[in-house]
Design a binder for this molecule. Sequence first.
Ligand SMILES: CSC[C@H]1O[C@H](OP(=O)(O)O)[C@H](O)[C@@H]1O
Length: 349
Amino acid sequence: MTLIKSIEFKDGKLYLIDQRKLPEKLSMFECKDHKDVEFAIKDMVVRGAPAIGVVGAYGIVLAAENFLDLSKEEFISKVKESAAILGNARPTAVNLMWAVKRMMNVLEANKDKTNSEICEILLNEAKNIEREDLETNKAIARYGNEIVPKGATILTHCNTGALATAGYGTALGVIREAHYTGKNIRVFADETRPRLQGARLTAWELVQERIPAKLIPDSVAPVLIRDGEIDIIIVGADRIALNGDTANKIGTFMLSQIAKDFNVPFYIAAPISTIDFETKSGKDIIIEERDATEVTHINGVRIAPEGIDVYNPAFDVTPHENITGIITEKGIIRPPYLENLSRLRDGKK
Ligand SMILES: CSC[C@H]1O[C@H](OP(=O)(O)O)[C@H](O)[C@@H]1O
């Protein structure tokens, strides 16, 4: 099993696999300060809800180190300002704001220490967030593997692998676990227009791991589901509302509706940090709209005529009624989601 490490903080800089360049080129993008990190998140050098949470945390560390020599008051103010900028780099995935809030809580709790002590403490917290995400991925994979039948054909959408997390993956982590525990599974991976995370990233991870898979145009998935070719669908999430409505990559809702029509189990795999207990339902989730050129161009080559208008939402919301279960590091959460997610929020079994 090749552990793909897409995020590395060393010698006071943050290095990221540049996912815009994969699969043709494996190169690192260097972040010297929090503005580089903001760009990396916005331009999808790094993407994937858990991954941008980890990267956002390290962005705050870079900010603290760059403002180290300021007065304590200016230092705290500048770090908080940088954190706000990072937290707003992409609006839909809750993990980013979750990580930023966690880092700000640590800053607040240690604001009476010296600037350099605070830098050290923030770096340790960012490392904790990264380490915990990897552990979380492994737990999600183990629980998810329990619902993967031997010999199953699994459909997945977008990229939810090591590139989208601190390593191993969420939905793709379940697929890895099923493969490595000898379940003899095979995968259909949606290409996932327009940014092609499936074709460029998931396919790359599956090839690296020699997991039997076929890449398909997004519109093939409904036909495979209708024809009984898919045993189970497992996808990721960017934000799960308290009632279980889930925001994920555009195209997920369509898959869930067709899965429901043809009685194919449809699972979300996500860490608990992706559950937003403050958001009551999917209606309240902000859906990021991205640049028109993501649709009108591929690799910089224009494929649609000048002058055509574009609507490019990066996510859609799957209603909780379409979701068979939510695979988390604490087990699989089943309906009724409002009741069960509220119990999780309140720390009840
Ligand atoms: C475990 S990644 C979760 C989620 O993030 C991806 O979105 P993006 O590539 O725009 O960052 C996709 O929705 C994945 O399912």
